[in-house]
Design a protein around this ligand. Structure first.
Ligand code: ATP
Length: 328
């Protein structure tokens, strides 16, 4: 017979993402609703190893649904990558009488979570919280929609100055391994070119496209570039390359950086966080474990945690074609 869950722990791990607070709130409130105690661990797996936690009641999470960042703080923990570190975390969880854990984070956090489940048979459920949207088993991760809206807002502003001065702007957005932000913000903001890690479209093609834009009467252009785009050049080198080959353009670079992480979560992220947080608790109470909750076809579904890490969430390449057509 499986153990009755009386206390659930929750933590945020990896990079912060808008909506993490809304997810913490949903987990805590669902625990209160089902008469289960809830404890929040600080600084991700670091807090787990140190046994650094706080008791969370329904009223502990008042007024946080709209806040960016995470009230539980987040961290990257090298110690948790070792068996010794995870053993220590397990003993702290047992000492704190925690029966199950909700991990809000990205694929690294889920890798740690699934190891923990296997080594100690400790129930874990993951909630995808990362702005990169690179998790299999969900169309959206927490923070992605907010990051997109922030990126679009910034690119719109850059376009004002680009068109006033007849400039070409390279705008770097986040995404070392995944082009979700670049592709969707690029299409949404009407970027002339979009460079992503998944596809090497080549420098020549970019140049040709910019020349075509110029010939067609456009006096300014925006190129959205993922941090990890496949051309092999960083955003400054790309700008230099275009300056050399198109001296007629006044070329500038803007790196959006960490503004994409922070800020108040969008309504979409708040609703998603609320749905996933409640479902995570309900699944644990139903003795389900080693799974991630996610959104597919607008339904909350669960995916094996290892599969969520190993599976590939692919970008919609059709958007590249759409982008070509709508920027003619
Ligand atoms: P983001 O997508 O925002 O980077 P993430 O969860 O992928 O989020 P990581 O830094 O990769 O962020 O992982 C967070 C933490 O998960 C690490 O600091 C580490 O404690 C744990 N972790 C990552 N990989 C492993 C692993 N292979 N084994 C055990 N723990 C791991």
């Amino acid at each position: 017979m499986q153990k009755k869950i009386k206390t659930i722990g929750v933590l945020t791990s990896g990079g912060d993402a808008a909506g993490m607070n809304a997810a913490i709130r949903a987990v805590v409130r669902a625990c209160a609703y089902y008469n289960v105690a809830c404890k929040g661990f600080y600084r991700g797996f670091e807090g787990l190893i140190e046994g650094d936690f706080v008791n969370l009641s329904a009223r502990s999470v008042n007024n946080i649904i709209q806040k960016g960042g995470t009230i539980l703080k987040t961290a990257r923990s090298d110690a948790f990558k070792t068996k010794e570190g995870r053993k220590q975390a397990y003993s702290k969880l047992i000492a704190a009488k925690i029966d199950a854990l909700v991990i809000i984070g990205g694929d690294g956090s889920f890798t740690g979570g699934t190891l923990f489940f296997k080594e100690f048979d400790f129930p874990v459920v993951g909630i995808p919280g990362t702005i990169d949207n690179d998790i299999f088993g969900t169309t959206h991760t927490l923070g992605y929609d907010t990051a997109l809206n922030t990126a679009i807002d910034a690119i719109d502003k850059i376009r004002d100055t680009a068109s006033s001065h007849n400039r070409l702007f390279f705008v770097e957005v986040m995404g070392r391994d995944a082009g979700f932000i670049a592709l969707n913000a690029g299409v949404g903001a009407g970027a002339e070119e979009i460079l992503i890690p998944e596809e090497n479209l080549g420098l020549e093609r970019m140049l040709e496209s910019l020349k075509r834009s110029k010939r067609s009467g456009k006096s300014s252009s925006i190129v959205v570039v993922s941090e990890g785009d496949k051309t092999g050049k960083n955003v400054y080198e790309l700008a230099d390359y275009v300056k050399e080959n198109m001296p007629e353009y006044d070329v500038r670079v803007t790196v959006l950086g960490h503004i994409q992480r922070g800020g108040s979560p969008s309504c979409f992220d708040r609703v998603l966080a609320s749905r996933l947080g409640v479902k995570a608790v309900e699944l644990l109470l139903d003795n389900k474990s080693n799974i991630m909750v996610g959104l597919l076809d607008n339904k909350v579904v669960s995916t094996n945690l290892e599969k969520a890490v190993k599976g590939k969430h692919s970008i919609n390449k059709e958007l590249l074609r759409i982008s070509d057509i709508i920027t003619t």
